[in-house]
Design a protein around this ligand. Structure first.
Ligand code: AP5
Length: 200
């Protein structure tokens, strides 16, 4: 399966994508993780991205589209992948459409996790405490900026997929296991629909 997981910072994308990757045996592609590794390794992409991430802004579309284009060519993506944190702008969503079209593959589903803003902030604060503030962007000022950027740049991406009939909302306020179960039900429904279409 090829799945996009959408949701604001702290909504549980990384948590759920890791579980889905394990249960479905597909690759977990997190642009946030890829960029943080690039920053740690001081690659040209990392050097360009470090300050942008620290300020809570978005890395340029062309950079992340090219990162994903390279990544989906890897053998571990041949049986499918889950995109966590990409696409985050309309230009990235259009870029992804082009990439997939060029390879003759389709997205199976876009799952959006919805979570109240107060809970998002509390979760990120919790993670910062647990990890001793390991992420440079998990401080209150940057979290506010990440949420603003999500509202202005990424909310339109939900509308983009809704218009294509691909968007499935899941209540991300539920406990972690319940969210996993709800996503499983959504994907089960998508699979059934696909089988029915194939069988005419
Ligand atoms: P990225 O790494 O993608 O961060 P994010 O979207 O801000 O999301 P988070 O990792 O903070 O949260 P999450 O939704 O994965 O939640 P998690 O599972 O960790 O991006 C970081 C930066 O990189 C961006 O700001 C940007 O600069 C750059 N970037 C990345 N992608 C880009 C792109 N495509 N274009 C341009 N720039 C890009 O959970 C959070 C916490 O909540 C955890 O402690 C978890 O245990 C807990 N939790 C999870 N689910 C639940 C639940 N149901 N109930 C209670 N607690 C829960």
């Amino acid at each position: 399966m090829r799945i996009v997981l959408l949701g604001p910072p702290g909504s549980g994308k990384g948590t759920q994508a890791a579980r889905l990757s394990e249960s479905l045996g597909i690759a977990h592609l997190s642009t946030g993780d890829i960029l943080r590794s690039a920053v740690a390794a001081k690659t040209p992409v990392g050097l360009r991205a470090a300050q942008i991430i620290q300020r809570g802004n978005l890395v340029p579309d062309s950079v992340v589209i090219s990162v994903i284009a390279d990544r989906i060519e890897q053998p571990d993506c041949s049986s499918g992948f889950i995109l966590d944190g990409f696409p985050r702008t309309i230009a990235q969503a259009e870029g992804l459409d082009e990439l997939l079209k060029g390879r003759g593959i389709l997205l199976d589903a876009v799952v959006e996790l919805t979570v109240d803003e107060g809970a998002l902030i509390a979760r990120i604060e919790g993670r910062a405490r647990e990890t001793g503030g390991a992420r440079a962007d998990d401080n209150p000022e940057t979290v506010r900026r990440r949420l603003e950027v999500y509202r202005s740049r990424t909310t339109p991406v939900s509308a983009y997929y809704r218009a294509q009939g691909q968007l499935h909302g899941v209540d991300g306020m539920l406990p972690i296991d319940e969210v996993t179960k709800e996503i499983g039900e959504v994907l089960g429904g998508v699979e059934l629909q696909r089988t029915a279409l194939q069988n005419g």
